[in-house]
Structure formats: structure tokens, C-alpha cells
Design a binder for this molecule. Structure first.
Ligand code: PEP
Ligand code: CO
Length: 446
């Protein structure tokens, strides 16, 4: 760890998972451009998220984080953005109503482009090319030219993020997210499913309550919280050139904020204590996440707490555990005990996706039952330890894709090829997302 942090002090350390940019001059030009572009998010919003997360740490709110594994340049339409927002809002309503707790909504969106890979090269039919690293780096198409990292893609990712955020802000502040429209978030294909019908029933109850409140003078006009939703953005802070270029000093606090998203997380493959990612993120004031896989030791986690949250602030650090349904029971209890014995403030959030990936009929998929099993164990382990299951982290989309097996509108192995659209990992579709929300609401009540 360097003694003094600067936005570029990470450059002295080893940065895992960075692309092999072929042209340093082009990269430097992109870095200069990005450094001059306006921030995507603002310090005040980031601090507001941190306050909400401090409530999560106390068990007084619940964190719902979700979205694409990787956003793409191709799937960039108003409808796709709207549908991703809809499913997260629906899940949040189910959880708020079921668990009687406010839900902090954080999208994996408006910047979730870059991907870490298990191998730097991919081989197909005897030809080896650089792996696809997300559309802000290279193109998924398997050719020499497409796989060449191109820094101009970072600028395109910036503009797509700005445009996505613009629409999200319009939706969340301009009436679309008004609780009076809770019925309209149910999309047609969802409304036909059992969980869509169950949601419609809940929405009716909510509408009744809102009508009662109107009679006594509480409506969207007098009470903005009914009309607007606080919705935050997040992504994996992977490409440090991009993150540094968007880091700014806040004129009010004098602190550095990474203004590419409200919350940033460090991936399982880049969380080395002496690595560049931990170094960069320790110096920005944003709330941080860190993925924790089954190999992590208690000392690794305590080291991360020391570096990323030296003042032990509530809401600063979320540990996003991703062990797999067959490993969580063997790993999580002792980690929880050590972290709490040492008095460290962390939010425990469960990513039940990344430890449960398997290949079925040539498709990378995740069985719904294994995802659910990891979530159930996460809740029961926290209950047994007397600690707080603070949140969940999903890869999901608002569309009717067939990427994860199972759910109450069961996706079977032979259905996988029908609408398998992800550019990276398999996501829950909208009905599977609602299934999950109902099951989590039940777990939170028990
Ligand atoms: C991800 O969240 O898409 C991801 C790559 O996760 P992890 O770092 O946990 O493997
Ligand atoms: Co993923």
C-alpha cells in the first residue's frame, strides 16, 4: 500500500485484468477526454446512498442490487432500460411490503461494461484470440480485429452510461416510478404468470392504501416520496484508467469521489490486498463493494476492511459473498464470526449467481433452485450467528430471456436456446426475479 493516496497511486502496483491496449497514445487521448467530460453522478447523491447503506448495516433497511452481468452496446434501447427498472421496482415493492423495511435500490447499470475473465485468451477451432472483456474494451465477435482492445470504446461506454442515466433519472423522478403506477410496472408477459398475478393483487392492496391516504390529504403532490424513487447506479470498478479519469474532487467536502457511479465494487479476481484496485478504491469516498469467493480467508477480509474502511464507517463497505450453494455453509459462518469478533462494520450481501454457474447443453446457466438454496442458507446462517443479512445481488433483466433454469414458469434445458441473449453470464428473467423477491420476503419474515 502506498503511504499517500493519489488518484494515480494505483499505477505503482500490479493491476490484474487490465486489457493489453495496443496503442498507448490512443489510451492517453481517451484518458484526457474522459477526464474532461462531466461527472456521471454527484457527490451529494453518493453520500445519500452511503447514509442509506448505513441503515442497511444497522438492519433498518435492505439492499437490493441487480442488473445485467454486462451491458452491451447492441441492447441499448429505452424499452430495455425501462424494463430493467420495472423489474427492480417490482422486486423492491414486494420486499418492502413483505419485509416491512425500506429497500435501497442499486442497479448494475449505466456503466457495467467491463468484465474480468478467467483466461486472457480464448481458443476456438485451434485459433487463439484475446478474450472478450466487455464492450467497453473489445467486441464479442470472434475475429482478430473485433477482439483488439480499443480505448475509444471506453468513451462510447461513458456516453451510453450518461444517456442511460438520463432516462433513469427521468423515469425515477418524472412520474413513472410514482407508487400510484405500481400496476403499470407489471409487464404483459409477467402479468400472465402466477407471480405476475400475485404482484397485481399486491398492487391492488397498495392502491387501496394510497386511496385512503389521499382522502386524508397525503398524495404525490404533497408527499414527493410517493412520486419519486431514489435509484442508484453501480458497476465493477475494473478498468482503472476509466475510473481514475472520472474521479473528481468535490468542492463541498474537498474529498475525492469516483463519479462514474454511486457505488463501485471490486471483483473476486481483483481484490488482492497489495493490488492496484484496492489501492485506487481506498481513496474515493463512494460506498464500496467487494466480492468474496469461497477461497477468501478471514485475514483477507480483515485486510480489506483495514484498507477500504479504516475508519470503520457503517455503509462504506459491503461484502458481496458468492460461494455457491454447496460451499456457503462450510465457509460463511466462520468468516462472519471473525469479522464480528474484530468489531468490523460491514454489510453482508449475498450474490447467489456467481458460485452457481454450470454448463448445460453448451449453455452457461444457473439453476434457480441452487440460487435460491444459497439465499436460504445465507439467511439461516445470519440468523444462527445473530448477524444481519443486509442485501442481495442479482444478475437479472426485465426481458423474458431463457438463461437460468427453473422458476415457477419453468425454464427447461431444452428452452435455453430459445432466448439466450446475455453477452456474458446468465441472468434471471423478470418472472424469475419476482419469484425470488417473494421467496426472500418470506425468508425475511420468518
Ligand atoms: C460479476 O459480478 O459479473 C463478476 C464477474 O463477479 P465475480 O467478481 O464475483 O466473479
Ligand atoms: Co457476472
Amino acid at each position: 500500500m502506498s503511504p499517500t493516496w493519489r488518484p494515480d497511486s494505483w499505477r505503482q502496483l500490479k493491476a490484474e485484468q487490465q486489457p493489453d491496449w495496443p496503442d498507448p497514445k490512443a489510451l492517453a487521448e481517451t484518458f484526457t477526454n474522459l477526464s474532461q467530460f462531466p461527472p456521471l453522478v454527484f457527490a451529494g447523491e453518493v453520500l445519500s446512498l452511503k447514509q442509506h447503506l448505513a441503515r442497511v448495516a444497522e438492519g433498518k433497511a435492505f439492499l437490493l442490487q441487480g442488473g445485467d452481468c454486462a451491458e452491451s452496446f447492441g441492447d441499448f434501447t429505452a424499452n430495455a432500460i425501462r424494463d430493467k427498472l420495472k423489474v427492480l421496482l417490482q422486486m423492491a415493492v414486494i420486499l418492502t411490503y413483505g419485509a416491512r423495511k425500506p429497500v435501497v435500490k442499486v442497479g448494475r447499470i449505466a456503466g457495467q461494461f467491463a468484465k474480468p475473465r478467467s483466461s486472457p485468451m480464448e481458443t476456438q477451432n485451434g485459433v487463439s484470440l484475446p478474450s472478450f472483456r466487455g464492450e467497453s474494451v473489445n467486441d464479442p465477435y470472434f475475429s482478430e480485429e473485433a477482439r483488439q482492445p480499443d480505448p475509444k470504446r471506453l468513451e462510447r461506454a461513458y456516453f451510453q452510461s450518461a444517456s442511460t442515466l438520463n432516462l433513469l433519472r427521468a423515469f425515477t423522478e418524472g412520474g413513472f416510478a410514482d407508487l400510484h403506477r405500481v400496476q403499470m410496472w407489471n409487464q404483459d408477459f409477467v402479468a400472465k404468470s402466477p407471480q405476475g398475478q400475485r404482484y397485481a393483487h399486491l398492487a391492488d392492496q397498495l392502491s387501496d392504501a394510497l386511496r385512503f391516504m389521499e382522502i386524508i390529504g397525503i398524495d404525490s403532490r404533497t408527499t414527493p416520496v410517493l412520486r419519486q424513487v431514489e435509484y442508484f447506479t453501480s458497476h465493477e470498478a475494473l478498468i482503472l484508467e476509466f475510473e481514475q479519469a472520472l474521479t473528481r474532487v468535490d468542492s463541498i467536502t474537498g474529498d475525492y469521489f469516483d463519479c462514474s457511479a454511486h457505488m463501485l465494487w471490486i471483483g473476486e479476481r481483483t481484490r488482492q490486498l497489495d493490488g492496484a484496485h484496492v489501492e485506487f478504491l481506498r481513496g474515493v469516498r463512494n460506498p464500496l463493494g467487494c466480492k468474496i469467493g469461497p477461497q477468501a480467508t478471514a485475514d483477507d477480509i480483515l485486510g480489506l476492511c483495514d484498507r477500504l474502511n479504516p475508519n470503520n464507517e457503517a455503509g462504506r463497505l459491503t461484502l458481496i459473498t458468492r460461494f455457491g450453494h454447496n460451499k456457503i455453509a462450510g465457509v460463511l459462518p466462520s468468516l462472519i464470526r471473525k469479522v464480528h469478533q474484530e468489531g468490523r462494520q460491514v454489510i453482508w450481501s449475498c450474490d447467489p449467481m456467481h458460485g452457481n454457474t454450470q454448463t448445460v447443453k453448451e449453455f452457461k446457466t444457473r439453476p434457480f433452485d441452487n440460487i435460491l438454496s444459497e439465499i436460504k442458507q445465507f439467511f439461516s446462517i445470519h440468523k444462527a450467528e445473530g448477524t444481519i443479512p443486509g442485501g442481495v445481488h442479482f444478475e437479472l433483466t426485465g426481458e423474458d430471456v431463457t438463461e437460468c433454469l427453473g422458476g415457477s414458469m419453468e425454464v427447461l434445458p431444452e428452452n435455453l436456446r430459445e432466448r439466450y441473449e446475455t453477452t456474458c453470464d446468465p441472468r434471471l428473467n423478470a418472472t424469475q426475479g419476482l419469484d425470488m423477491a417473494y421467496l426472500i420476503a418470506e425468508l425475511m419474515q420468518s
